[in-house]
Structure formats: structure tokens, C-alpha cells
Design a protein around this ligand. Sequence first.
Ligand code: KG4
Ligand code: ZN
Length: 391
Amino acid sequence: MKLLSIETSCDETAVSVLHAEGPADAAQFRILGNTLLSQIDIHKQYGGVFPALAKREHAKNLVPILSQSLAEANLLVTSEDTLSEVQRAQLSELLTREPELCSALTAFFEMHRAPAVDAICVTHGPGLAPALWVGVNFARALSLIWNIPVIGVNHMEGHLLSALVKKKDDLFVIEEVAKPVLALLISGGHTELLSMKDWLSYELIGHTRDDAVGEAYDKVARMLDLPYPGGPEVSRLAEEARAENIQQDTKLPRPMIYEQHADFSFSGLKTAVLYFVKAHEKLSEEDRKALAREFEDAVADVLFTKTSRALLETGAQTLVLGGGVSANKNIQRVFTEKISAEHPDVELRIPAPMFTTDNALMIGIAGYYRALANQFSDAATLAADGNLSLV
Ligand code: KG4
Ligand code: ZN
């Protein structure tokens, strides 16, 4: 089946078209069209994502991005069909808060025929509510006017399932996944360990009690005067420290590392970095590198120790890392080395770089699994939920 997918949960506007086939245990995906527009440069000046601005940018860019992805997939067919009065009224009601998007989309509908896709998948949470709503209402409008079913997708499920993907010639496949799967999902808003005994069935094993890892990275970056998004910047400094063999004597805390549960806490680590920075009037470039390295080591120690314990507890056969922070080189290295040394029977899957940061491909992949389970949404009532949970 062909799936059109839309992602607007944070600061990336993305639309993709996938051809998907096969059962859940041997699913195959071909990318037909994929367009992603990052708003990082716009939010950089605010040191973080500014929700009202994110929403406005999504509204401005969705139609051009849709058009580009459909064209790439050879699914953009021009026509001169006009919309009925009823359809126009439905559209303006659906997009009443996005008048600009409404007129751009109306013009698009009047120039193009419905594309040959079987479902429209859209992130409906978790994320920034105003940003999510633009994508959801856009998808509902497409579903309604084109008469194509819609599937609301959980963003974290997108991260999880896309992280299982392997490249095989020009296809992306999810196959030979030994279950149960333990997923460590680490992003700007989430840090959680989930067990997946079967497809689409999750149990929460542990989660952060305060800050998410990505949030801690972004806050530490700010303390070190590094630009947004901070994760890659802190990582760059830490990698330089490793290459130059620079290390600091003061150890940072590894919060909750010895506690016999799978929950995390990162706010104490973040505060320890703040105190360290405050206690040292002026940090040299070397000091900053050493601090970034120690912070990264503390994060990786905690993440690995908790995950290792959860692997034993759940009897997981596969460990998958997902979410924006899973792009981190040190985390990837620590997990690769330690899983093969300490859990040689567990297969570690780390997402390819194109799947680590937010994208629409992962929404199409998760949408396919929902379609296989016949879990379609009702376009009339599909709603965005900033706190949507997988369990
Ligand atoms: O999944 P994602 O793109 O957005 C959310 O769903 O939150 O994750 C974004 C987070 C940000 O906090 C960003 O700083 C962090 O992922 N991040 C990284 C790296 N790349 C992105 N953190 C550490 N190292 C990286 N290489
Ligand atoms: Zn994400």
C-alpha cells in the first residue's frame, strides 16, 4: 500500500510517501518521496523551540512540502476540478485557525487530483500542541476532500519502529526482530524504557522522573554558551576532549544509578553542571571540553546501567535505541561495546542517521503497522494530544 505521512510535532515540517508491503514480521518500505524542512535556524535566536512560531512555519510550509513529496513520488496529477460549496465550508471550518493554510490548500485542491495513496498518516502526539494541531487538521482536510482514510500516529512509536529498520538494497526492511524488544527512547521530551512483547503492544519499564536526556543536553549546552539544539554541540565538544585526551578530575553525579528500578533522573546532573560552571569563574576551552565529556560519560553510564538491568528483567532479545539523542556518538559507542560484552545474546539496533531526528518516514512506518492492525482513525474526531502516551 502507499502511505502519505505528515510530521509537525516540533520544529521539523516533513511529508513523505512510502510504498509498504509485507506482514509485520517482514515489512518492506520503499521511499517514493521525502521532504523535510527544519526550522532550526528560525528558533536558534530564541535558544529553543518557540511554539507559536513553529505552528506558523508549519502552516506556511505544509502545502509546498506536500506538493514536492507528491511530485517526487510521481503522484502529483493536475486537474481542474473545483471544490463544491459544501467542501469549501468544511475546509474553512477545519482550518478556521489557519486561514493562510486554508487558502493555500484550497488552491492546491483545485489544481490537483487526489493522489493514488491508500492512507494518510499523521503525528497526533506527543509534542507541542499548537504544532501538532496544524499537521492533524491538515491531514483531516486531505482525508475529507480526497476521501482517503487517516491514521493518527504516536511520534514515539515512529521513533521506535523506524529504529528497527535495516537497509536492504534500495528497500528498508523490518525483519527478523526477536521479541520481546526493549526500547530505550531518548529525545528532547522523552526518556523511557519500553518493553514490546508483540507488535504495537507496550509495557512501560521505566521513565524519567524529571528532565528528558535531550532536555538535559540542551540545558547544559546553554550553560556552555552553545547554540540550540544543544545535543550535537555538546557532543562535538566531548568528542574533541576524547580525541585530545582531555579529562576533568571532578566527577559528576550518576543520578539513581544504583537504585533498583528503571526510572531515570537528569535534573540533578544538569544542576551539578550548573554549579560546576558557577564555581569556576572562567572556563577555558579545555575545561569546557572536559566538562562536556564528563557530562556525556555520566549520561551514558546511567542510560546503560538502567537499560542493562531492564534487559535482564524483561528477558529482551532485541534492544533498540530511538529518538533524537540516539544520534549521539558516545551513547552509540558505549551501547555497542557493552551490549556485545555483557549481553552477547541481545541484538542491538541503532537507527540510521536519517531516522534519528524527527522525520515523516517514521510516521509512515508506524502508520503501516497500525494499518496492518486495521487501526484507522476517524477524520471527524482525530485530535492532537501533546501528552499522548504509548502505554
Ligand atoms: O527526537 P527529536 O528530534 O525531537 C523530539 O521528539 O524531542 O530529539 C531532539 C533532541 C534535542 O534535545 C537534541 O539536542 C537531541 O535530540 N540531540 C542530540 C544529538 N542530536 C540531537 N543529543 C545528543 N547528541 C546528539 N548527537
Ligand atoms: Zn522526536
